[in-house]
Design a protein around this ligand. Structure first.
Ligand SMILES: NC(=O)c1ccc[n+]([C@@H]2O[C@H](COP(=O)([O-])OP(=O)(O)OC[C@H]3O[C@@H](n4cnc5c(N)ncnc54)[C@H](OP(=O)(O)O)[C@@H]3O)[C@@H](O)[C@H]2O)c1
Length: 229
């Protein structure tokens, strides 16, 4: 699959778009309203926003969530987790039908300050991955890569030695395709741990409260987990 839709214009979306474009994929990044996004100032005034990224990466296609989803043969959900269902509704169910939907988002709840918790309805006995699969039953949802900083997602070699990426989903063939996609990003088979069906997203999304506390203690995000026995 060469045409990839990236639903999310934040740091993660930009990181994937740049890397996948460099790897030779055809990419389209989606946002709610491209013109408004291009006119918006970056987080630090004007230096670090989507418009500045787009200026440097003008050959990478950008459009609405709907346009991106229609374009992609495979779709990455890298939108704000608490609003991912809304984003996918904007992308339109017909554009997701039969496609692999790689869910990298986390259902973070910022309503009680920092660090965020998990959205109560999307955690414990549910997960964002499962909610997306229930809502868009014709898409093949595969959850992966959500347990680490995005720089590592797209280039695992920046961490020395073995470190782990989880994958789960209900469709075995879709998971196989996503594992091959992960290989093209540099993930070795031995470092991809298949946790089974999508209910395992309850576990991998629950890594985030731990990840955030480690980030707070170490004051840096360029770390990952490994399994030792
Ligand atoms: N940062 C990391 O390294 C990292 C690591 C692991 C997982 N993640 C997960 O990756 C996802 C993306 O993170 P991010 O920091 O790049 O971006 P983000 O700020 O979490 O999400 C940005 C995207 O969400 C959309 N969005 C926000 N609120 C919306 C709403 N009310 N309705 C519709 N769309 C809305 C934005 O739309 P517009 O484009 O229209 O603004 C934008 O495309 C998150 O779920 C995060 O938990 C991030």
């Amino acid at each position: 699959m060469k045409k990839i839709a990236i639903l999310g214009s934040g740091t993660v979306g930009q990181t994937f778009a740049t890397r996948l474009n460099a790897l030779g994929y055809e990419v389209m990044i989606g946002t709610r309203n491209l013109q408004e996004k291009l006119a918006a100032p970056g987080k630090d005034g004007a230096k670090n926003g989507f418009a500045q990224w787009h200026e440097k990466n003008g050959t990478i296609k950008a459009g609405t969530f709907e346009e991106a989803a229609a374009f992609g043969e495979m779709i990455l959900n890298v939108s704000q987790g608490a609003n991912s269902i809304a984003v996918l509704n904007l992308a339109k169910a017909k554009n997701l039908e039969g496609k692999i939907l790689v869910d990298i988002s986390n259902p973070l709840d910022f309503s009680k300050g920092m660090p965020p918790g998990l959205v109560p309805e999307l955690s414990n006995f549910n997960s964002l991955g499962e909610e997306i699969q229930k809502t868009f039953s014709n898409a093949k949802v595969v959850k992966t890569l959500n347990t680490m900083w995005c720089g590592i997602m797209v280039d695992p070699s920046i961490i020395k030695g073995d470190h782990i990426n989880y994958i789960c989903g209900n469709d075995e063939a879709a998971k196989t395709t996503v594992k091959e996609f992960l290989n093209t990003l540099g993930w070795k088979d031995q470092n991809i741990l298949d946790l089974g069906d999508l209910s395992s997203a309850r576990g991998t999304e629950a890594v985030l409260p731990v990840w955030l506390r480690i980030y707070g203690a170490k004051k840096m995000g360029a770390f990952n987990f490994n399994i030792v026995s």
